[in-house]
Design a protein around this ligand. Structure first.
Ligand code: ATP
Ligand code: MG
Ligand code: MG
Ligand code: MG
Length: 559
């Protein structure tokens, strides 16, 4: 590809609002252009890299028997009402009306659509198992779109769905997916961990998140080097309660347990249904330990409420009419809690700045919390995992790292098949709800995660597996015939076996080199003064060294 025919609007200055490294680098290297908050155009370089990532994903999906489909972006409201998520999904769901005033959602995920697709076709267990996937733009009205493609409101996802007649078959596909994800993230060059995760609002029973280790990550994970143990820190805390069984439920008048609890055990303790809970944690506020429960809707996660409400008494939302509106619209989202704990709804955004907690809420994670900040009284069943302690499985010191969630696999079970009537006849001719799994990969987020890892101060350094081009030819002077001639014929020659970007622009050498560093193609071939003697300069993007190479030896040198 000739650079004069590409569109690579590199920039020297980027807005300070671009907070993450990958966001800044993508702007500087002319890869993306923002249209609105969290909404971007993918420019040619980005598109090439996305294609490469998608290719790897397609190969791994088809290796485990996944068949590709492409489902609609517009979903009729009625379908989402069947699953109950038209209400539940909250304001992250982008909604629109057609000219007849009919409601639609712009798909944030496709469980509803895929169930409606297969329930008409799958009548017998003989058609199972089945795995379908798609690669498509998803829409989520994130409250805090940020970090460029890491958290967009429009983003590309690979989502797969599997259907089974029994647990064993679901387990097998889950394992296959887990392995396929491992292959995918290895092939694109990420440093990642598969961690045990909370199933959260999606209602799954068994789930892993694939976390790319990175400073910018919005989640914190705990893991050990010596074993497979790795968990999202919320879950890690859950694994820590020492002896829950000794605690009688009736004794728990107020949660006086230190630490953070986003887990089944604490939920059981106070009698709340975790399925309806988005986040649960204990924090210390004004010297008092308070449990924060965020129930139901996704959106509650992101609402700033400065007042608390007491589950047993009055709701105080005086300043927050907007919130009241939401609660009125979703009456089920805040049911009574069977113990007199104070419940703070998203107080954490304010509170957690001021008080130490060990939890991670999307975008707000706190670590190095001091256990002594939470004096253990009475029950004392929760404790912190601290960095360096020997761990949950006894295998070695626990490490904490930030992670970017690049993918997630879920055993959904029958959640959707039951509510939406997806059944098959089993071997004995009995009608049985189909077991499902769902599996997502953030394709555009993965691209950003790759840049977060592969770069230096001058720009991106693409790993070979996803690079937009293999070789960058730079002609030093587009006015000198002998240089242009050599560059042109080299371009024609190399194009036969490589993906080549040829900088044929009429620009100063300094500009070309700076852009070339930014764009980050692994091999750079400079055609300059030596051209008439048949010599070019080769430099690899990941090293400073320059090599003078004879044209006839070029191929074997860069191989
Ligand atoms: P997060 O916790 O970051 O909000 P999620 O758990 O809501 O992500 P899933 O529903 O599991 O996301 O979707 C599957 C994958 O889609 C995620 O693992 C992530 O890689 C990607 N993804 C989710 N939300 C976004 C977003 N706003 N922008 C880019 N990628 C996203
Ligand atoms: Mg999300
Ligand atoms: Mg998540
Ligand atoms: Mg997820």
């Amino acid at each position: 590809m000739r650079q004069t025919q590409m569109f690579i609007p590199t920039q020297r200055e980027v807005p300070s609002s671009a907070e993450s490294l990958s966001h800044r680098l993508m702007l500087r290297s002319g890869m993306i252009k923002q249209l609105a908050a969290g909404i971007y155009t993918y420019l040619p370089i980005t598109k090439l890299v996305l294609n490469n990532i998608e290719q790897i994903v397609r190969e791994e999906m088809s290796a485990i028997g996944g068949a590709e489909v492409l489902m609609p972006v517009m979903h009729p409201k009625e379908l989402w009402e069947e699953s109950g998520r038209w209400e539940k999904y909250g304001s992250e769901l982008m909604r629109m009306k057609d000219r007849h005033d009919r409601d639609f959602a712009l798909g944030p995920t496709h469980e509803e659509v895929i169930v409606s697709l297969v329930r008409d076709e799958l009548k017998s267990y003989k058609k199972l198992p089945l795995t379908l996937y798609q690669i498509q733009t998803k829409f989520r009205d994130e409250l805090r779109p940020r970090f460029g493609l890491l958290r967009g409101r429009e983003f590309i996802m690979k989502d797969a769905y599997s259907f089974h007649v029994d647990e064993e078959s679901l387990r097998k596909t889950y394992q296959d997916m887990y392995q396929a994800y491992t292959n995918i993230f290895t092939r694109v060059g990420l440093d990642f961990r598969a961690v045990e995760a909370d199933s959260g609002a999606i209602g799954g029973s068994h789930t892993h998140e694939f976390m790319a280790l990175s400073e910018i990550g919005e989640d914190t994970i705990a893991y050990t080097e010596n074993s497979d143990y790795a968990a999202n820190i919320e879950k890690a805390e859950c694994l820590k309660p020492t002896e829950f069984s000794t605690v009688e439920k009736k004794e728990v008048e107020k949660i006086e347990t230190p630490g953070v609890a986003s887990c089944q055990a604490l939920a059981d303790l106070i009698g709340i249904d975790l399925k309806e809970t988005t986040k649960t944690m204990v924090v210390k506020i004004d010297g008092e330990l308070v449990m924060i429960v965020i129930r139901g809707d996704h959106e509650l996660n992101d609402i700033k409420v400065k007042k608390y409400f007491d589950a047993q008494n009055d709701v105080e939302f005086a300043e927050e009419e907007e919130i009241l509106e939401i609660f009125n619209a979703h009456p089920g989202s805040l049911g009574p809690i069977n113990s007199p704990v104070k419940v703070y709804i998203d107080y954490q955004i304010e509170a957690m700045r001021n008080y130490p907690v060990g939890a991670n809420i999307d975008g707000y994670h706190y670590k190095n919390v001091n256990e002594s900040d939470f004096p253990v009284e009475g029950t004392g069943d929760f404790r912190f995992i601290t960095e360096g302690e020997v761990a949950p499985d006894g295998s070695g010191p626990v490490k904490f790292r930030e992670g970017i969630e690049v993918g997630q696999v879920f055993e959904l079970g029958t959640t959707y098949s039951e509510t939406m009537g997806l059944t098959v006849l089993d071997k004995n001719g009995r009608s049985t709800p189909v077991l499902m799994g769902c599996y997502g990969i953030g394709i555009s987020r993965t691209l950003s995660a790759i840049i977060e890892k592969y770069h230096d101060e001058n720009g991106i350094i693409w790993p070979k597996s996803v690079t937009p081009f293999d070789i960058h030819i730079i002609s030093m002077n587009s006015k000198k015939d002998e240089i242009v001639e050599v560059a042109e014929s080299l371009y024609t020659e190399l194009e036969k076996s490589y993906k080549v970007l040829y900088d044929d622009r009429d620009e100063r050498a300094g500009v070309k080199f700076a852009d070339s560093d930014l764009i980050g193609i692994p091999v750079r071939v400079v055609v300059g003064r030596g051209a008439s003697d048949g010599i070019v300069e080769v430099k690899f993007r990941n090293s400073e060294e320059k090599h003078e190479i004879k044209l006839e030896e070029l191929n074997s040198f860069i191989e």
